[in-house]
Design a protein around this ligand. Structure first.
Ligand code: XMP
Length: 316
């Protein structure tokens, strides 16, 4: 019978045969696929692997540390890079959503190439390509285009690497099983999807370090609340949006004008369509109070009750 253990054994052998004594570079996104791949490669070729995690400064609160604490003890030779200054200065004053995506994609490639030069030369580039991705990009225009539009992790064609893609024949569920076997913490294994451009597309308009800081704190209250109330796994994705709207509030005897934030949670199968999640009022009440009490830059919290279509999951 074909157990996750068999799959791992076979993949480890394949990787060793392909890579030999070569050096392998892997970009870590913090998601389940690249994290699992790093564990597999570490098991197969040890320190011939260099895994690079670029922190663009638009991640969730504590995400870089979470990845470090998950992967390093399991033997992954992991380099993490705080590139927040690079990304935030490139984004300064840019409000258009597609322009923000392009800039982040461009800076990501720059940062990755820089790290590749620092720790290289490398013979192989590893990617966590799954079977559905293989089908999709073989299957002509539509789907592949949507993907490339969304894919910030895309790499330049002129990098002279040979590709290693051990998961090319696997489905997501199989990767999750392998992840469990290899010891990837549950919090990463079952994590919601998170977009490559990160919080930049959840800050409507231009991005500043201050706004990222506000949104990180709001998002953290929302997401840890979902976990606390046992609702995290019942939602497919959940996010907070920082709007540029200033709304009136009362603080003691004074009127204040502070930011409006929106919370969004959806149920979905693949993100192509989605229903707004019917979260319990008690939960919404609790997180709303926590947000306005702890994040002083925010005076009002709303919940998004729009499904996709017509609304997208993200606000930008
Ligand atoms: P939308 O907002 O299009 O989102 O309904 C569908 C899924 O795609 C994610 N998303 C992105 N992922 N880069 C990404 O890597 C992007 O630019 C991007 N835009 C949206 C979104 O989080 C949801 O899971």
């Amino acid at each position: 019978d074909w157990t996750p253990q068999h799959i791992v054994d076979e993949l480890v052998e394949d990787v060793r045969a392909t890579v030999g004594s070569g050096k392998v570079l892997l970009g870590i996104s913090g998601g389940v696929d690249s994290s699992t791949l790093s564990l597999l490669l570490a098991r197969a070729v040890g320190d011939q692997l260099t895994a690079v995690f670029i922190d663009h400064g638009l991640l969730r609160l504590g995400e870089r540390e979470q990845v470090e604490h998950a992967l390093r003890p399991l033997g992954v030779n992991l380099v993490t890079v705080d590139a927040s200054e690079q990304f935030l200065s490139a984004l300064a004053g840019v409000g258009d959503p597609e322009a923000k995506r392009k800039i982040i994609g461009r800076e990501f490639i720059r940062a990755f190439e820089r790290e590749a030069a620092t720790y290289g030369p490398f013979d192989f580039l590893a990617q966590g390509t799954l079977y559905p991705d293989v089908i999709e990009s073989a299957g002509g225009e539509g789907a592949a285009n949507i993907k490339s539009h969304h894919n910030v992790g895309g790499l330049p064609d002129d990098l002279q690497f040979k590709l290693v893609e051990p998961f090319r024949t696997l489905f997501k569920d199989e990767v999750r099983e392998i992840a469990a076997l290899l010891g990837l913490p549950e919090a990463i294994r079952t994590r919601h999807p998170f977009p490559g451009p990160g919080l930049a597309i959840r800050i409507l308009g231009d991005v500043t370090r201050e706004k990222v800081d506000i949104l990180q704190r709001v998002d953290d209250i929302f997401i840890s609340g979902l976990r606390e109330f046992g609702l995290y796994d019942a939602t497919w994705q959940a996010l907070a949006v920082l709007t540029p709207i200033q709304s009136v509030g009362v603080m003691g005897d004074e009127r204040t004008y502070k930011n409006l934030v929106a919370l969004r949670a959806v149920t979905s199968v693949d993100g192509m369509t989605a229903e707004w999640a019917r979260l319990p009022h008690d939960f919404l009440d609790a997180v709303s109070s926590r947000i306005v009490n702890h994040v002083h830059e925010v005076s009002r919290v709303v919940y998004d009750v729009t499904s996709k279509p017509p609304a997208t999951i993200e606000w930008e």
